[in-house]
Ligand binder design. Structure first.
Ligand SMILES: NC(=O)C1=CN([C@@H]2O[C@H](COP(=O)(O)OP(=O)(O)OC[C@H]3O[C@@H](n4cnc5c(N)ncnc54)[C@H](OP(=O)(O)O)[C@@H]3O)[C@@H](O)[C@H]2O)C=CC1
Ligand SMILES: O=C1O[C@H](COP(=O)(O)O)[C@@H](O)[C@H](O)[C@H]1O
Length: 527
């Protein structure tokens, strides 16, 4: 491998550890989505480096990419930026504990951690004045000149791990002081975190502000659910398997559930959460993205724009949400958090039925359900099929066929089906065809969502990021309901922490046509 100046990476001072890793990296990493070589000096700036997301997700993802050879010491420098006055060494020490998790024993990991930490430099400054960003730019330029990098080939990635209220000033500062001077093949790319606005008008306002500063091609609106292994598998599953093609429609499918459950509350994030609530935190983005991939039509090709075109179309086919199709809940004890308003009307649980007005899905309810402080932690898609017509085995009493995609934990797909009960008698039972990833792919470490999405950004692949019109269509669906909640017209029902959520949600599910299978439970296989 060589960069544009003809330097050989493997011969340019890389450690043997990195060399080994580099050899494992497939050649695809060297090209971006347009086929442009993805090499050259890379500066990654984490804005909000002192925060929660940065330490829990962003830096660990960068470390994993480094360990696997996707970020090379010879090219990369990582800059943390925030207002907090700490030194580079302080930041490295803060991060060490988070990056070390589960890896303390391996000498190889501890060496690579030290090397990774050395790539990090911290710059302190405010989010709305020139001085800090000029210092940041100076550091980036120093890095670029130390690598003899020209603007034509330099790459600058800005990760906004910040509250959305500061996106506009920060983006103005980046635009004014920190842009790479060339867009081709060098670049400047910006990753923005959700929530992108609070409703349709605020999201559009934010999109307009960012759109005045950057091209859509430079903006990567991250939704980390799009980086999860089984979410990335959805289109493959649907469009590369003959099994599913004829079944995936209103003739065969009775209802679809997309469910997110957490067994802990808002812990430490009560102030943020109370302003947003579960619909803005989880349903309008994460679950709706999954919904798109389950319900959209086949794209013309795998080009990011073709996929995103189909996502927009299905979102635009969603009918206005009816209030009778919504159940909200708030767990007991939520308001004990001093950062939460004592009169809060914010839902920590919601079950919402979406109905699609198109040829494939007319009449099939999609139930999107999310809750905090429930009795388990999992995220899954549950596709329930209709009853067998002319049921000579009386299977109906056993329960319906279901196809379940378990996004987390313990990634799996299983199909619940009726089989003959083994033995002399002719009777039927529910069983499953099971593809459990931990058992089937024992040697594979499933990458973290953030890891994959940051790598996609470096490669210039926007497929798994939210496009502006997609975001608008998503807010169009939920804004009327959110305004009803914000105005207090819809109240959350109380539920006990550690429960299934409000009983009304199960009633809504039954009303939507979901038939619970009694006496059957899927048990993830053990190795
Ligand atoms: N934390 C998580 O698990 C997740 C977070 N996100 C999103 O990621 C982004 C960052 O989240 P998170 O790290 O939790 O946020 P934090 O509240 O930890 O904020 C990040 C940093 O931003 C600065 N900051 C905080 N509040 C303000 C403010 N009002 N004005 C200016 N600067 C401020 C602080 O740095 P300093 O004071 O040093 O400048 C802080 O360390 C948000 O958009 C969030 O919605 C998305 C998914 C999950
Ligand atoms: O975006 C968010 O996601 C997390 C859940 O992410 P997961 O990958 O662990 O499922 C959620 O806890 C948080 O409230 C929300 O902001």
């Amino acid at each position: 491998m060589s960069d544009l100046s003809g330097k050989l990476y493997l011969a340019s001072g890389s450690s043997s550890f990195e060399e080994d890793k580099l050899k494992k990296v497939s050649s695809i990493e060297d090209k971006d989505a347009d086929g442009i070589p993805e090499i050259g000096c890379l500066s990654i700036v984490v804005l909000g480096a002192s925060g929660d997301l940065a330490k829990k997700k962003t830096f660990p993802a960068l470390f994993n990419l480094f360990r696997q050879g996707f970020l090379k010491s010879s090219e990369v420098r990582i800059f943390g930026y925030a207002r907090t006055k700490i030194s580079s060494e302080d930041l490295r020490e803060r991060l060490r504990g988070y990056l070390n998790k589960g890896k303390e024993d391996s000498k190889e990991d501890s060496e690579s951690l030290s090397k990774f930490l050395q790539l990090i430099k911290y710059v302190s400054g405010s989010y709305d004045n020139a001085e800090g960003f000029q210092s940041l730019n100076k550091e980036i330029l120093e890095h670029e000149s130390s690598k003899n990098s020209q603007p034509e080939t330099s790459r600058r990635l800005f990760y906004l791990a910040l509250p959305p209220s500061v996106y506009p000033p920060v983006c103005r500062m980046i635009r004014s002081y920190c842009m790479n001077q060339s867009d081709h093949p060098g670049w400047t790319r910006i990753i923005v975190e959700k929530p992108f606005g609070k409703d349709l008008s605020s999201a559009e306002e934010l999109s307009t502000q960012l759109g005045e500063l950057f091209d859509e091609k430079q903006l990567y609106r991250i939704d980390h659910y799009l980086g999860k292994e089984l979410v990335q598998n959805l289109l493959v599953l649907r469009f590369a398997n003959r099994f599913f093609l004829p079944l995936w429609n209103r003739d065969n499918i009775d209802n679809v559930q997309i469910v997110f459950r957490e067994d802990f509350g808002t812990e430490g994030r009560g102030g943020y959460f109370d302003e947003y609530g579960i619909i803005r935190d989880i349903i309008q983005n994460h679950l709706l993205q999954v919904f798109c991939l389950v319900a959209m039509e086949k794209p013309v090709s795998l080009k990011p724009e073709h996929i995103r075109d189909e996502k927009v179309k299905v979102l635009q086919s969603v009918q206005p949400i009816k209030l009778e199709d919504v159940v909200l809940g708030q767990y007991d004890g939520y308001k004990d958090d001093p950062t939460v308003s004592p009169n809060s009307n914010t839902p920590t649980f919601a079950s919402v039925i979406l109905r699609i007005h198109n040829e494939r899905w007319e009449g099939v309810p999609f139930i999107l359900k999310a809750g905090k402080a429930l009795n388990s932690r999992k995220a899954e898609i549950r596709v329930q099929f209709k009853d067998v017509p002319g049921d000579i085995y009386k299977c109906q009493k056993q329960g319906r066929n279901e196809f379940v995609i378990r996004l987390q934990p313990l990634e799996a797909m299983y199909m619940k089906l009726t089989v003959k009960k083994p033995g002399l008698e002719m009777s039927t039972i529910q069983s499953e065809l099971d593809l459990s990833y931990r058992q089937r792919y024992q040697d594979v470490v499933i990458p973290e969502a953030y890891e994959r999405l940051i790598l996609d950004t470096i490669r210039g692949d926007q497929q798994h990021f939210v496009r502006r019109d997609e975001l608008k269509a998503a807010w169009e669906i939920f804004t009327p309901l959110l305004h009803e909640i914000d105005d207090g017209a819809l109240k959350p029902l109380p539920y006990s922490s550690g429960s299934r959520g409000p009983a009304k949600a199960d009633e809504l599910l039954a009303k939507a046509g979901y038939v619970q299978t009694h006496g059957y439970i899927w048990i993830p296989p053990t190795l």
